[in-house]
Design a protein around this ligand. Structure first.
Ligand code: NAD
Length: 432
């Protein structure tokens, strides 16, 4: 199939590349000329494990190209995917301007039958608006579908190649048939492709993210209760997660959820409910709990140093909102670092891949290092914010020697408190 992918971000680039890998001809179009130029030079603008070799191979095989010529992309394709951003507006609702701009471009450039697939996360009713906008611009025939993307940054290629499920929202049998053919190579192991109405498909994406965010906030709230009541959340989590009705995933307490999806999608579904005069009770609480949780680690540090961090150096391990990505959108590290800076702390930070994306946000207010041990030299404390694998088994003896005072604030509960305390560390976790 000939595919035009609108948006070469985390979703568009991965999706476009994986669809090229399965034999389609894909052009990824983007309005960001810098990004497109970079991609044309063979440079990958994001960090995503496994993506680079896949892009290189498909570019070499001439199945994958990059362009800023949006109209040409539409004209040369039969399937058009919308994978542009849907960031939150100030009031929490989704800013759909990028999606609607793409719809207008499609309407103005369309030159025959096309299938238009919305992969961006969009509120219920958006695909209908996309259809209306295209129809305002053209009489050409086209079919429409909602096919929300469920890939996880950090494992995006793997997730796209082996999806747990594919959600396909369309009322049009011809469209359903074509999309099933497109995805057939990815569901050969029998994972389901679930077909439903467009509105249900749009809602499914928000329901999934809201459920996951709820689990995180629930466990964070419980962790804080454990701490107050003298219980250990790590044991409670193991006990609770072994119930097959609950399951062990997404039960890890920490510094709150971040990233480009959970915070904005929880806010957006709350807004959707408001627009339908429907009063949601759980999700506003999930969001509120998360806001507080993002501040918790900084509060623990401030309390430990009796509110005065002037002259104190805090080393930070991990900046990205989760491991295996350089994405800093809504990263808890930003909230934590800003709170510590406000109290006068000096921050020295390390992250395996997110130093540059953090520098773009925090500039010279903190210092950056490519060596996680170097920043411990003379540090008054270490805050572990992102659970990169390389932090799990560090050289504790070396750390003891380097640090001015061996205090660890473990925002992800990756260490065993008993072991660390026995070695001479002062340890603070979440809920333990
Ligand atoms: P992103 O910001 O990384 O990328 C969006 C890209 O779209 C940018 O490169 C931007 O320049 C481009 N763009 C904007 N307007 C355009 C236009 N008119 N024509 C062509 N390109 C245009 O965003 P992302 O993280 O890839 O997310 C895209 C969508 O997918 C969002 O709705 C998001 O909620 C959803 N989603 C994201 C993830 C994730 O993990 N990032 C997972 C599932 C779903």
């Amino acid at each position: 199939m000939k595919i035009c992918m609108f948006g070469s971000g985390y979703v568009g680039l991965v999706t476009g590349t994986c669809l090229a890998e399965s034999g389609n001809d894909v052009v990824c179009v983007d309005i960001d000329a810098k990004k497109v130029a970079m991609l044309k030079r063979g440079k990958i603008p994001i960090y995503e494990p496994g993506l680079e070799p896949l892009i290189k191979r498909n570019v070499k095989e001439k199945r994958l190209t990059f362009s800023t010529d949006l109209a040409k992309g539409v004209k040369s394709s039969t399937v058009i995917c919308i994978a542009v951003g849907t960031p939150p507006k100030r009031d929490g609702s989704s800013d759909l301007s990028q999606v609607f701009a793409v719809a207008r471009t499609i309407g103005r450039s369309i030159n025959g039958y096309k299938i238009v697939i919305t992969k961006s996360t969009v509120p219920v009713g958006t695909s209908e608006k996309v259809k209306e906008i295209i129809e305002q611009e053209t009489d050409q025939p086209f079919g429409i579908a909602s096919n929300p993307e469920f890939l996880k940054e950090g494992a995006a290629v793997e997730d796209f190649m082996k999806p747990d499920r594919i959600i396909l929202g369309t009322e049009d049998p011809k469209v359903a048939e074509a999309i099933k053919e497109l995805y057939d190579p990815f569901v050969r192991t029998g994972n389901p492709m679930i077909t439903m109405s467009i509105r249900s498909s749009e809602m499914t994406k928000y329901a999934a993210n809201a459920m996951l965010a709820t689990r995180i906030s629930f466990m964070n709230e419980l962790a804080n209760l454990c701490e107050a009541a003298g219980a250990d959340i790590n044991s409670v989590r193991a006990g609770v997660g072994s119930d097959p009705r609950i399951g062990p995933s997404f039960l890890f307490p920490g510094v709150g959820y971040g990233g480009s999806c959970f915070p904005k999608d929880v806010q957006a579904i709350i807004k959707t409910a408001e627009e339908h005069n429907h009063n949601l009770k759980i999700l506003p609480a999930v969001e509120e709990t998360n806001k507080k949780q993002k501040e918790l680690l900084a509060q623990k540090i401030i309390k430990r140093f009796k509110k005065d961090l002037k002259g104190k150096t805090i080393a930070v391990w991990g900046l990205s909102f989760k491991p295996n990505t350089d994405d800093m959108r809504e990263a808890p590290s930003i909230t934590i670092i800003k709170a510590l800076l406000k109290r006068g702390a000096t921050i020295k930070a390390y992250d395996p891949v997110a130093l540059e994306s953090t520098r773009a946000l925090l500039g010279k207010s903190i210092s950056y290092s490519k060596d996680n041990y170097a920043i411990l030299k003379g540090a008054d404390a270490l805050a572990v914010i992102t659970e990169w694998n390389e932090f799990r088994r560090p050289d504790f003896e070396k750390m003891l020697k380097l640090m001015k005072s061996p205090i660890i604030f473990d925002g992800r509960n990756i260490y065993t408190p008993k072991k660390l305390k026995a070695m001479g560390f002062e340890y603070y976790g979440i809920g333990c």
